[in-house]
Write a protein that binds this ligand. Sequence first.
Ligand SMILES: Nc1ncnc2c1ncn2[C@@H]1O[C@H](COP(=O)(O)OP(=O)(O)O)[C@@H](O)[C@H]1O
Ligand SMILES: N[C@@H](CC(=O)OP(=O)(O)O)C(=O)O
Length: 563
Amino acid sequence: MAIALRFAATPPRLAAPIPPTSAPRAHGGVARVGAQGGTRCGRRLAMAAADSARCRAKREGDGDGVLAGVAVHGGTGAEGEDQLSVVMKFGGSSVSSAARMKEVAGLIQAFPEERPVVVLSAMGKTTNLLLLAGEKAVGCGVTRVSEIEEWNKLRDLHIKTVDELGLPRSVIHAKLDELEQLLKGVAMMKELTLRSTDYLVSFGECMSTRVFAAYLNQIGVKARQCDAFDIGFITTDDFGNAEILEATYPAVAKRLHGDWIRDPAIPVVTGFLGKGWKSGAVTTLGRGGSDLTATTIGKALGLREIQVWKDVDGVLTCDPNIYPNARTVPYLTFDEAAELAYFGAQVLHPQSMRPAREGDIPVRVKNSYNPKAPGTLIAKGRDMDKVVLTSIVLKSNVTMLDIVSTRMLGQFGFLAKVFSIFEDLGISVDCVATSEVSISVSLDPSKIWSRELIQQELDHVVEELEKIAFVHLLQQRAIVSLIGNVRKSSLILEKAFHVLRRIGVNVQMISQGASKVNMSLIVHDSEAKQCVEALHQAFFEGDDDGDDCLMAEFDEENLRLEL
Ligand SMILES: Nc1ncnc2c1ncn2[C@@H]1O[C@H](COP(=O)(O)OP(=O)(O)O)[C@@H](O)[C@H]1O
Ligand SMILES: N[C@@H](CC(=O)OP(=O)(O)O)C(=O)O
């Protein structure tokens, strides 16, 4: 049987690669925009340095900030019709069905004064379905691809959505055909590389945006579908976890603004995707990466606000799946939000705060199921005077290593040796605690695609470390991170340990940075949920202080009484 293999397991190059304007950094998230001090206007002009549009901006001579004709928000509040004003990002949960897409379109129509850039994730759990379909395709044989349950599910979901929205199926057919060919290609090659995995999962966002843009047009809201990899999102070639490069900012600004000026239509941009600068192939920004797409666009265009619409009333005091009494946190700083995300609060992508902080663009986390709820506003600063604890984050299934060396006493270079082993094996470390003769670390279980550290990797790391130290491997641990006011750390720890002692839980490791807003406690996995509940009750429910219970304000007197 002949198979039209239009897309082999190795996807095609998209276009000639565009080199980054600076070398990619080895670690971390979004590459920093270079020397940019000064005003917003100055920063944006710097971003557009290589851009011919910059000259136009100068010619027009808007002292309050004009980039290539974009009147940026220099605090005057004077927004022209000729500029995009906000980003509205809708996650998979917000666009999981035709009904949800209608709701989201309604939200966009409800703010006619806004000229949003819309960023969409894949519908519902499409990304997971694509990953599973790809894995199954590797082993199922070409003729059985059509039987893969996940492929059928996601195809049916998209066809049903298009039908229910009253759109022609042609909106989605080409992409579905390509996807089927790709799965057949994977089945034929019996191989799914990281590169082809990224190409495979990109279909989720490519389809949701096509459907949604078509729907907006149908209801009279002029919209334009945009693939992020075609509008200037340039990344490293780290498939599965690519970093956005600096060249992205001027490229995206130029493209989105240019399109808007030429023919105003709401851009509907694929979240989560980019283009590798060397390979020219589609890359992804790590799970939940659409938040990062949104903040990158916000910074690139210098927009007034970045809205991230979820299925919860904002950032909550803890994961509502762990403890349903979680409450909304009304205000957060970029640092607090980043810390929350780093330590595993699923609600925001760990790197997403960086562009917002650099561009000083406020991020509003809102609930698309409950738009009246005020949500969470994340900005540069907030009044921390009354803030004690902001949120509790739990990361489960963590592995801990106790590394003991008698040779560490008075020695130098031991820590360097330990960490070079982790570096060589590509394992990242979450928390660290050291003493004269020992070091305890917790290992990040979520490497690429949330794959957990497999036993073989752990055995390898232990084997290497045993060459220089005694090693104890402790599995099934959990990190309970207390995100709060570092200036009240003693108060937080005092109360936390009081609570933990009361429920009979022993903390196995503690880690707190010098000026960081989080304190991490490692406990046994089996006790972790109970810890979160008890801590939440003590910090957020115990004292009804009339201040949204969020500041967990409790005075010394109260504490003494409790003790
Ligand atoms: N501290 C927290 N605050 C809010 N939501 C949280 C928190 N921790 C975990 N979550 C989970 O994150 C989910 C929202 O994030 P996500 O699934 O990425 O949304 P979306 O798909 O809309 O982008 C919520 O449904 C909630 O279950
Ligand atoms: N669809 C991608 C990207 C994303 O950001 O999704 P969401 O916004 O639904 O978390 C994922 O599932 O990882």
